[in-house]
Design a protein around this ligand. Structure first.
Ligand code: SF4
Length: 294
């Protein structure tokens, strides 16, 4: 029985492996392949087989990308972005929340690889200062950052059932709110893309110190490029200042990680990076679900 289900997946994988080795398959097929394997994984008899094959395929893709980037200095963000945009035409996207880090990356994209799309998740609960930064960014770089909004029906039912500020009442409500306003729209924003550029930095949390600049994001089934992973806060601030980049003025008022208005506060000297996010919760549970390691 298992053999019967394994066979089509194995045949497909061997074909791709062979094709990858010889011709370097058009890598923009990656999302299609991921969907194909994920669909296969819904069959319980093929679950482990398809997961293993998916893992092997992703190893192959990562090898191909690393090989394509081998002559580029990993610290050369502009050239890396450009090469990724060439390898994955119209399939590299950047998620910006208009934070310090994201403004640096927008600057690199605008100056080196403007074909990379930029999107933001407008939760509907952002600070007015964040909207101002969004506006200044559009003007400065002559771009139109694409906004993704929460699903209307999901949000309406949630607010009707729980009320507008239920995230303060329980971890479950907070995670539901983050799922509706961020996680689900993110899935839509990433659909059809092969590479997701992010502003993650190792300094931000102990979990992020284990990330790689280029890695496979299992939760979202996409390659992730974290160009500023090893930058310090001083590096980021200096780059913003030297290049006169528009930034969220809340950073000047003690805000470090800026998210939704009701869930973000300024951080006091000596406090952790993430202390200003969901401050009423246990520190180990402070992720919104956008960057989950599985
Ligand atoms: S950060 Fe707060 S308001 Fe924003 S989506 Fe999460 S729980 Fe909701």
């Amino acid at each position: 029985m298992i053999k019967f289900y394994l066979s089509p997946s194995l045949t497909l994988y061997l074909f791709l492996h062979f094709y990858l080795s010889i011709n370097f398959v058009d890598i923009t097929f990656v999302p299609v392949l991921v969907v194909a394997f994920s669909t296969a994984s819904y069959n319980p008899n093929d679950f482990f087989a398809s997961q293993t094959l998916l893992f092997l395929l992703m190893k192959e893709v990562l090898k191909y990308v690393h090989n394509s980037l081998k002559d580029i200095d990993p610290n050369d963000i502009g050239s890396t972005l450009k090469e990724l945009a060439n390898l994955f035409p119209n399939a590299v996207t950047f998620s910006s929340s208009f934070s310090y880090e994201d403004q640096v990356i927008t600057d690199f994209i605008a100056n080196n690889a403007s074909e990379i799309s930029i999107f933001t998740l407008d939760t509907g609960r952002l600070f007015p200062e964040t909207y101002s930064t969004w506006n200044s960014t559009n003007e400065r770089y002559n771009v139109k950052v694409k906004a993704y909004y929460p699903n209307h029906g999901l949000l309406q039912d949630f607010i009707q059932d729980k009320g507008p500020n239920s995230f303060y009442e329980s971890l479950e409500n907070r995670k539901s709110c983050c799922f509706i306003r961020k996680v689900e729209p993110l899935k839509r924003a990433l659909a059809g893309n092969s590479v997701w550029v992010t502003g993650l930095r190792a300094e931000h949390s102990p979990e992020r110190q284990h990330l790689s600049r280029l890695e496979w994001d299992d939760a979202n089934q996409i390659l992730k490029y974290n160009p500023l992973l090893h930058w310090t806060t001083e590096d980021v601030v200096e780059y913003i200042r030297d290049n006169n980049i528009p930034y969220n003025i809340l950073h000047d008022r003690g805000f470090i990680s800026i998210g939704c208005q009701p869930c973000t506060r300024a951080v006091r000297p000596g406090e952790d990076f993430r202390a200003g996010r969901w401050w009423w919760e246990d520190a180990s549970k402070k992720e919104c679900g956008l960057h989950i390691k599985q």
